[in-house]
Design a protein around this ligand. Structure first.
Ligand code: ADE
Length: 238
């Protein structure tokens, strides 16, 4: 998968060199290219923002550098998914990560300030190289820009690409994969500071272990996230 990220803070993405994703990039499973939006400006100050039409606080990202960035990154491409992190977007949940992990090419447009001029999204939707433009929110809180959200999405999507996570079975038994939270995990020693591993996990009865884990998942989900129990796990917006 190729992922192009456009940002005014390319250095934000240096963490992609470490851990599993760093290995995936070196193994050519994940081709992440980070671009500085200011490379598509033409004035001496490399201006990317301006005051909001209609008035109000803050600044809005100008459409021209974004248009030129997309012109260049989309040249000769087809079927590209453009992601625009935004607190006003659809919620990024595990089904969306699974959906985006099937794509060949993503372009992530990281806005700052009060966001990007909306015409950038509207224009991108009309382009023949673009399969879809998705405005996506990491959660119901406001970040300073799309960069942190882009990093989280790259990690959530990237680890679903075959080969990125060494043991694919570890992807199956995780929080949100079946619509429930994950069961608690333990390792040796059997007793630590007066706290014991639940005996069923040491008894060797695989059926009993599976039943206990399922009960734990249900109990945890009821306690922490009761709203998940009323939802179809495959419905991204339910
Ligand atoms: N940019 C600012 N806040 C955001 C959020 N919650 N999700 C995605 N992008 C954002």
């Amino acid at each position: 998968m190729r992922v192009d990220v456009v940002t005014i803070f390319p250095e934000f993405f240096s963490v992609l060199d470490v851990s599993l994703l760093g290995r995936a990039r070196r193994a050519d499973l994940l081709d992440v290219r980070v671009h500085d939006l200011r490379d598509w400006t033409h004035d001496r100050h490399r201006t990317v923002d301006d005051t909001p039409a209609g008035g109000g606080a803050g600044m809005v990202m100008k459409p021209e550098p974004w248009g030129e960035a997309l012109d260049e990154l989309l040249a000769g491409a087809e079927g590209v998914t453009v992601l625009v992190p935004s607190p006003a977007g659809e919620l990024f949940r595990q089904p969306l990560a699974r959906e985006f992990a099937t794509r060949e090419r993503l372009i992530i447009c990281c806005g700052r300030y009060e966001g990007i001029d909306q015409r950038v999204v509207e224009h991108a939707e009309t382009r023949p190289e673009v399969a879809e433009v998705r405005e996506v929110s990491l959660g119901d809180y406001v970040l300073n820009g799309g960069e942190t959200a882009a990093l989280a999405m790259i990690e959530a999507i990237g680890r679903l690409i075959p080969g990125v996570v060494g043991n694919p079975e570890s992807l199956v038994e995780e929080s949100h994969e079946d619509g429930l939270l994950e069961y608690p995990s333990y390792t040796r020693p059997a007793s630590w500071r007066g706290f014991d591993i639940p005996p069923v996990l040491l008894g060797g009865d695989h059926g009993a272990v599976a039943r206990w884990r399922r009960e734990q998942q249900e109990e945890r989900t009821r306690r922490m996230r009761p709203e998940l129990l009323d939802r179809d796990p495959e419905a991204p917006h339910a």
